[in-house]
Design a protein around this ligand. Structure first.
Ligand code: NI
Ligand code: MN
Length: 229
């Protein structure tokens, strides 16, 4: 599968299902106003949009993309109810719950963070997500503080962990390295940094600490860069 980093916490995953139909899954598609990406809403025609929470730097261009593509929004109950009022179809879930979609299995997990829409509407709880696609397990932490239950996610085996390092709103580098030590993923990618003030970080410091203190390999993705997994 191909995983494109869109800057901040955004990713586009391209895979195909068992019937060899090409599928695209966007996670937290924040493009308009994202200083790190050159990609625009019209560059995507996803089948699904996965949202970790409702903050603007994650909800982003969801409405425009879902309206033109007909993509289904997969998120918590409150976010799916909110997009329904805009005529967008969704699949409601909540932390701890898993569902098997045509692209693979998706489980939402907890995140320590808040969740409200840019207009102030309550956005349910913030979440992380574990995806099982093509036999690979990917953990996208969403926006979160460090929490020790990550050890449980790691025990189940992870190929890739996408971890915020920006600090201020989420884990900073030190806590993200502690998180990676629990997750034991084959590869770790830093996210949620350098998009705007408050979250400026040097990802090379994260990479050096990961490779010194954990068994994981750290991959720093440039915005719009594609990782093949
Ligand atoms: Ni947030
Ligand atoms: Mn955020």
């Amino acid at each position: 599968m191909k995983i494109q980093f869109l800057g901040q916490s955004g990713f586009a995953i391209n895979t195909s299902n068992t019937n060899k139909k090409d599928l695209q899954i966007l996670i937290d598609p924040f493009l308009t106003g994202n200083s790190l990406t050159n990609l625009k809403a019209e560059d995507f025609s996803p089948d699904y949009i996965v949202l970790t929470h409702a903050h603007g730097d994650h909800y982003g261009d969801t409405e425009a993309i879902a309206k033109t593509s007909g993509a289904k929004v997969i998120s918590n109950f409150e976010i799916v109810n909110y997009v329904a009022t805009k005529g967008i179809e969704g699949h409601p879930m909540n932390p701890g719950g898993a569902w098997t979609f045509d692209f693979g299995k998706l489980k939402f997990v907890q995140a320590i963070h808040t969740s409200s829409f840019p207009d102030g509407t309550y956005g349910g709880v913030a979440m992380g997500v574990i995806l099982e696609i093509e036999g690979k397990r990917i953990y996208h932490a969403g926006d979160t503080a460090y929490f020790s239950d990550m050890e449980y996610f790691g025990r189940q085996g992870l190929d890739l962990a996408l971890l915020p390092i920006g600090d201020n709103f989420t884990m900073g580098i030190d806590d993200a390295v502690e998180a990676a030590a629990l997750l034991k993923a084959t590869s770790v990618v830093p996210i949620h940094y350098n998009t705007f003030g408050y979250i400026e970080q040097d990802p090379q410091l994260f990479k050096a600490a990961i490779e010194k203190q954990t068994e994981s390999h750290c991959v720093i993705l440039e915005p719009d860069e594609i990782l093949t997994l």
